[in-house]
Design a protein around this ligand. Structure first.
Ligand SMILES: [Zn+2]
Length: 268
């Protein structure tokens, strides 16, 4: 199987240098077939590069696997579908969002085999409820989408389907898979990812303790907690930090450690 990294050509404040999409090609067949992981945003250069990679290998695009319904991964589905109408589009359902990107989704679930039976769908909710990674058990490569990004953290959009509890479980699940290499949707490949995933878990544990300390010292509103935990936070980073702090508060509430009331956040 050839793995061809094709950038989606969408650099920006939320996507870094832009998304990575991956074209997987089986060239050893009489009719070579390909699967594309993530649809990008429909940028003409992306479409041209998919086309070029397919033509160079004489391959047909059989399948598009979308890791989750955030626009930088899914919004190109319409453009890819128009260009390759026979391709099948597959993802784990997120009913509130999927219709935004077309109606012809075939549902994946945890354990579904994709890419000619060579990859296993791993449902890894947290960053988004429908978030999927794709696992090659023979090479121990995980197409890890937005699970981790080298050099930064992953946003858990608490008011838009994110769940920190689910995210931490997903990180632990991927640790148990013991992958050799992660191929993420943003940033470079991650070799021997165990230490990075462990750092992520430590970072979240530290942040949780900071938030508990802030509440214990009398901060009883989300803004008060933000000021205590992120001193000097700039206005443009505040919305992301709010989502992150809210994700922690929701986890702490579901753990029975505090209650998010209408008026105030209270330790239990
Ligand atoms: Zn995302």
């Amino acid at each position: 199987m050839d793995i061809v990294l094709l950038p989606a050509h969408n650099p920006g404040p939320l996507t870094g240098e832009g998304n990575n999409t991956y074209l997987l090609v089986w060239s050893d067949r009489s009719q070579p077939r390909a699967s594309l992981i993530d649809a990008g945003v429909g940028h003409p250069d992306h479409l041209a590069e998919i086309d070029g990679a397919l033509r160079a290998r004489g391959a047909e695009l059989a399948e598009v696997l979308v890791t989750h319904a955030h626009s930088d991964h899914a919004s190109g589905a319409g453009a890819v579908r128009r260009r390759w109408p026979s391709a099948v589009f597959r993802k784990i359902p997120w009913p509130e969002r999927d219709g935004t990107y077309g109606r012809d989704w075939r549902a994946l679930e945890d354990g579904s085999l994709v890419a000619d039976g060579s990859l296993v769908t791993i449902h890894t909710p947290g960053h988004a409820p429908d978030h999927a990674c794709f696992w090659d058990p023979r090479t121990r490569v995980l197409f890890s989408a937005d699970l981790v990004i080298k050099g930064t953290t992953v946003v858990i959009p608490a008011s838009h389907g994110g769940s920190l509890t689910a995210y931490l479980e997903s990180l632990n699940r991927v640790l148990r898979l013991d992958p050799e290499r992660l191929l993420p949707a943003h940033g470079p490949a991650i070799d021997r990812p165990r230490s990075l995933i462990e750092e992520y878990l430590e970072h979240r544990a530290l942040r949780e303790q900071q938030i508990l300390n802030a509440v214990a010292s009398g901060c009883d509103t989300l803004d008060g907690i933000l000021d205590a935990v992120y001193p000097g936070l700039s206005d443009d980073l505040r919305p992301v930090a709010r989502e992150s702090a809210l994700a922690h508060l929701q986890k702490l509430e579901s753990d029975g450690r505090l209650r998010i009331g209408d008026e105030a956040i209270l330790l239990l």
